[in-house]
Design a protein around this ligand. Structure first.
Ligand SMILES: [Zn+2]
Ligand SMILES: [Zn+2]
Length: 242
């Protein structure tokens, strides 16, 4: 945020006096647009809306289209995620109120030593010491999804058994540590440009967790893409003619 005083004292005031006034939607009787009046009970909503408020405080001062950019590149995509009936407000509704039915993603800690190589000499300016720390204490609290009884969103409690999940989540953690240093747009951009697309890959029933379930646990059923040896010499530089 810039040195100027923020226009709104905190995210709650911002949502009540500004955001909620702009995004007036039919959320009482429709099933395709959902909302929870106790949004602050949802870690994901609180984190997204806080990021949205911070980016607004910076961008609305930018006369070269800052507010339009904020609406299109920050507010619309975050509000789409929140209004989504499959999102954090899945079980809440304006008529029946908040329902505490989603919990953190189920996680089993890896055995000691699994990440020994990656953990060597962690930089001291990190908020989380390892990707495991980041997944267990941050990411799994944010992406609370119904992953137990649904087949359209899958998750493996032993995510660290999957190379793809390790690479994606490690990259996501490193991106988060970088983006958080930008107090205005950083967290919002991390969500939209990195976390949402990465998590969509992992939650995809055709993705790496295809055979794993929360009830049945991890299944080692997928293996590296099969590769046959290439034709001899195909990828070597052509030898200079003698
Ligand atoms: Zn709720
Ligand atoms: Zn698995």
């Amino acid at each position: 945020m810039s040195d100027e005083q923020p226009k709104f004292a905190n995210v709650a005031v911002f949502v009540e006096e500004y955001l909620g006034q702009i995004y007036q939607r039919q959320v009482s009787d429709s099933t395709d647009t959902v909302w929870c009046d106790e949004w602050w009970r949802h870690v994901e909503a609180a984190t997204r809306l806080n990021a949205l408020w911070r980016s607004w405080e910076q961008l609305h001062r930018d006369e070269r289209g800052g507010l339009s950019y904020w609406l299109l590149q920050h507010a619309d995509p975050h509000m789409k995620r929140l209004f989504d009936p499959r999102g954090p407000f899945k079980y809440c509704g304006v008529r029946h109120g908040h329902r505490d039915m989603l919990g953190p993603l189920p996680i089993e800690s890896p055995p000691d030593g699994v990440f020994a190589d990656m953990n060597a000499d962690p930089p001291t300016d990190r908020m989380y010491s390892t990707v495991v720390d980041f997944v267990e204490n941050y990411l799994s609290l944010i992406y609370q999804r119904q992953v137990t009884d649904l087949s359209d969103t899958v998750w493996c409690p032993q995510w660290w058994q999957h190379q793809e999940a390790v690479v994606r989540l490690d990259a996501l953690w490193r991106a988060w540590e970088f983006y958080r240093t930008d107090p205005s747009e950083g967290l919002s951009r991390w969500f939209l440009e990195h976390a949402d697309p990465q998590m969509a890959q992992l939650f995809n029933p055709r993705g790496p967790f295809k055979y794993c379930t929360v009830r049945g646990g991890h299944q080692s059923k997928v293996s590296p893409l099969p590769v046959t040896m290439e034709k001899q010499g195909m990828f070597t530089d052509p030898a200079p003619e003698q």
